[in-house]
Ligand binder design. Structure first.
Ligand SMILES: Nc1nc2c(ncn2[C@@H]2O[C@H](COP(=O)(O)OP(=O)(O)OP(=O)(O)O)[C@@H](O)[C@H]2O)c(=O)[nH]1
Ligand SMILES: [Mg+2]
Ligand SMILES: [Zn+2]
Ligand SMILES: [Zn+2]
Length: 369
């Protein structure tokens, strides 16, 4: 007998271990083809305790790569730094496409053509071999899905499989949901704001059965803020409430704390002007620059709704940053701050291990030189 798979998360269904992936009570077997964890995620918004370890995830991702003729790398528009450059080594010698997902989070006034040009250059600078296509998509709004499918068709012979790869939470399963909804399929993958939702490989017919798309578990390489947090806290970083953009004037010696994750203090001798782009749910606090490191380390009650699981695990790194006008400092998994008017010097406190990147400003006027 061949194994039955959960249509939501791709795990092999089993009734022996309630703590393991794919558990389904014997009594509902046959009636239901989703596991208990998927059921609870879909109907009660629970995060589910079952998690794969990084080796198990890697094994499945490599298996998907081996089975596939074409790869689609899904990146998160709101976290390019944390979700895109890491793939450059893994696509060498392969036919691949890039879907920059969550494009609905870009400000409405920013032309999509401008974003596409920016992203093509971003990829050209970081990937040795260029993608067959780069497509802007939205897994919630359906934007770009038709284009993605036609680009996949161009790049892939009939009958071949396509692996959909990406970091956790970039929206791989949401894209499959959009694609299969267009084909009126009743089967749908499980989607949640918690990282680590998809646990196994699952096959989805696309282009009227011409090809098979493989959903995969997301990688969590450990250099994004969300990778260092528990699933509930990481879920707060998903931009369900949009991406907030705020303009900050920060006087010398003054600073801001973004939620409980980032401190910025003006280290120059004139007012710093910064624009912040972070998930809409996060809070901001203005404070004196000298108090920031203490606040982040000790967490006064107004700052921290303490999480016993992940707050004690964060340690803080301090860095002096000089940001030219029209450049961004991106903090993987969190968002970015952008300098606009003049060169800005500030002190930054961020959780140790999180990847930082300085890049030309993604949104708005840029240095043309
Ligand atoms: N704003 C916005 N949110 C999205 C988009 N696509 C997915 N999301 C949200 O991002 C979260 C993660 O989506 P999933 O589809 O589960 O992501 P995944 O890549 O399959 O994640 P794993 O299975 O954990 O690897 C959910 O809260 C989605 O609603 C999008 O295009 N725009
Ligand atoms: Mg998924
Ligand atoms: Zn499941
Ligand atoms: Zn937590």
């Amino acid at each position: 007998m061949t194994a039955e798979y959960c249509r939501g998360c791709g795990s092999v269904l089993q009734s022996a271990d309630p703590e393991g992936p794919g558990f389904i009570p014997e009594t509902v077997r046959g009636k239901n083809s989703i596991c208990q964890r998927c059921y609870q995620m879909i109907h009660y918004g629970k995060s589910g305790k079952v998690r794969l370890n990084p080796e198990q995830i890697e094994q499945k991702v490599f298996e998907a790569i081996r089975l596939s003729q074409t790869l689609v790398i899904v990146a998160d528009f709101s976290d390019l730094t944390g979700t895109l450059p890491v793939w450059s080594g893994m696509v060498a010698g392969r036919t691949y496409l890039i879907a920059v997902n969550k494009i609905d989070l870009a400000p409405k006034r920013t032309p999509k053509t401008e974003l596409l040009d920016y992203l093509k250059k971003y990829v050209a600078d970081r990937f040795q071999q260029q993608p067959a296509a780069l497509v802007l998509t939205s897994g919630v709004k359906g934007y770009g899905v038709t284009t993605l499918l036609s680009e996949i068709k161009k790049a892939t012979p009939a009958g071949a499989r396509i692996g959909l790869l990406g970091m956790t939470n970039v929206g791989k399963s949401s894209l499959i949901k959009q694609i299969t909804a267009a084909g009126n399929s009743k089967r749908q993958p499980t989607v949640s704001k918690f990282p680590g939702t998809t646990l196994g490989l699952s096959n989805w017919d696309i282009l009227k059965g011409r090809n098979t798309l493989i959903d995969t578990p997301g990688l969590a390489p450990g250099d994004r803020l969300g990778d260092l947090l528990c699933p509930e806290c990481a879920g707060r970083l998903v931009s369900a409430a949009g991406l907030s953009h705020k303009l900050w004037g920060i006087k010398p010696g003054k600073g801001i704390i973004i939620d409980r994750y980032l401190g910025i203090a003006n280290a120059g001798d004139s007012e710093a002007v910064l624009l912040s782009f972070v998930p809409g749910r996060l809070e901001f606090h203005r404070t004196a620059g000298v108090k920031i490191s203490d606040y982040l380390a000790k967490g006064p009650p107004w700052l921290v709704k303490d999480c016993p699981q992940c707050s004690p695990k964060l340690s803080w790194q301090e860095e002096q940053i000089r940001l030219k006008p029209n450049t961004d400092l991106a903090i993987a998994g969190l968002g970015w701050v952008s300098a606009r008017v003049s060169e800005t010097e500030f002190k930054l406190w961020y959780p140790k291990g999180v990847r930082l990147e300085i890049r030309p400003a993604l949104i708005g006027k840029r240095d043309q030189t």
